[in-house]
Ligand binder design. Structure first.
Ligand code: SF4
Length: 426
């Protein structure tokens, strides 16, 4: 049985949204390991889960079995579930073998799953015990990637939040520092770092950095820029340590990137002329790149199912910079505080929905018959068979699309399925 709740407001923002709580179609939080393990080059993600978890990661990450990946699964067997094995000893054995084989590792994340949560395996205590044994060479952190109540990007949020207690305290008289929160591809990190340097904003740190031991200090003089809409729990944990989030839309498209950078520039007192001078060349490159795709997208309608929490930012970009018509913008979770700047840029007459009741949403989508539907893999094939053009939502998270230089790539992701349809018709 499912229920559609009436339009309601979210704490922190006045705009009414359609709140739904029904069956959902999303990946679980383990999926975040796919981009986290590429970034944190001295860390290992040890999933404590089932063969299903192992298969999900193996196929989603597409890792060759003879490679030495930085993630793996300690599989909970039937005898473990039946209480016939001492799980702590088994886990310690797996970790010992892992570290003997991979002495370069500096941090091991014990990642909980649905099975480990169901049998109430205490990974917090396991992480403490293992850290005592392997300190100071290896740290152990833990978080849950379970799919019981979460969407897949919350896995990254949970991982970064687990790192927050390890960040050193910044002294009260330290200089103002900026932390960009959320995993960015190295090339994008470099682009942003260059722009911040040229403006005179900094020192700038990225969380996560390229190694798990690069942990910036945090305190009352720390300013935060959120790189993704899904790092809200990490942001809250950092705010509890005294840091302040700079409100801004997220850095997608030329407009989002400009406003995001401007939030930092204003906090650092950068003169508007200086800001313009620094961003203008890259913004112009983005404008030229977007011009190429705008004719194919302008006036086309789009329906976004909730998947990763990136939907509001993508919708804002497609509407304001590419001229697309928004039918419905779904998001798995709306945070009245950190998403407010983004929500303010979505036209008032567009339906924004939070959560999902997939059958009801499918009915709305079919009735609207949009030119393009952004949805998960499970919905895309059936909708294609019904004649709707789709875009896999997960590509928006797996592709490096933040910043000026990637704005064209972001537009191209939506242009491609529409262009293909047109060519097939011809
Ligand atoms: Fe499935 Fe849960 Fe494992 Fe994710 S954590 S693969 S949802 S069993």
């Amino acid at each position: 049985m499912s229920a559609t709740l009436p339009m309601a407001t979210t704490a922190g923002c006045d705009r009414p949204v359609l709140k739904e709580r029904g069956q959902r179609e999303v990946f679980c939080g383990l999926t975040g390991i796919i981009w986290l393990h590429r970034k944190l080059q001295d860390a290992f993600f040890l999933i404590v889960g089932s063969r299903t978890c192992a298969h999900l990661m193996q196929s989603a990450a597409g890792v060759m079995i003879f490679a030495e990946p930085r993630f793996g699964t300690a599989v909970i067997e039937e005898k473990d579930l039946a209480g016939m094995a001492v799980l702590d000893q088994e886990l310690d054995g797996v970790v010992s073998r892992l570290l003997a084989r991979r002495p370069e590792l500096r941090t091991v994340f014990l990642v909980g799953s649905c099975p480990s949560e169901v049998i109430k395996l205490d990974l917090a205590t396991a992480a403490e015990r293992l850290e005592q044994r392997f300190a100071p060479d290896v740290r152990f952190l833990h978080y849950s990637g379970s799919g019981i109540e979460t969407t897949f990007t919350e896995g990254e949020d949970a991982c970064l939040k687990a790192m927050v207690p390890r960040l050193p305290d910044a002294s009260d008289d330290s200089a103002e520092e900026l932390i960009v929160v959320g995993t960015l591809a190295d090339v994008i990190e470099e682009q942003f770092r260059r722009l911040f340097d040229e403006m005179g904003v900094g020192p700038v740190h990225f969380l996560p950095g390229r190694t798990s031991r690069h942990l910036p200090a945090v305190g009352p003089r720390t300013r935060l820029l959120l790189a993704h809409p899904w790092v809200n729990e990490t942001a809250r944990a950092l705010e509890k340590r005294g840091a302040t989030v700079l409100p801004a839309p997220f850095p997608l498209g030329a407009e989002g990137t400009t406003q995001w950078l401007r939030a930092a520039a204003e906090a650092w007192g950068v003169a508007p002329e200086r800001f313009e001078q620094v961003v203008a060349p890259a913004r112009e490159r983005a404008r030229v790149a977007l011009e190429r795709y705008r004719p194919g997208l302008e006036g086309k309608s789009i329906f976004l199912f909730p998947d990763s929490q990136i939907e509001l930012s993508v919708a804002r970009f497609l509407n304001r910079e590419m001229g697309m018509d928004l039918v419905e913008v779904g998001t798995p979770h709306l945070d009245g505080m950190y998403h407010a700047a983004e929500l303010a840029l979505i036209p008032e007459d567009v339906r924004v929905s939070e959560g999902q009741d997939v059958d009801l949403q499918l009915d709305r989508c079919r009735a609207a018959s949009p030119d393009l539907t952004v949805c998960g893999l499970g919905l895309a094939n059936p909708l294609e068979a019904e004649g709707l053009r789709t875009k896999w939502a997960i590509e928006l998270v797996f592709s490096p699309v933040q910043g000026y230089e990637q704005a064209g790539d972001l537009a191209e992701l939506f242009h491609r399925p529409l262009d293909r349809m047109q060519r097939l018709e011809v």
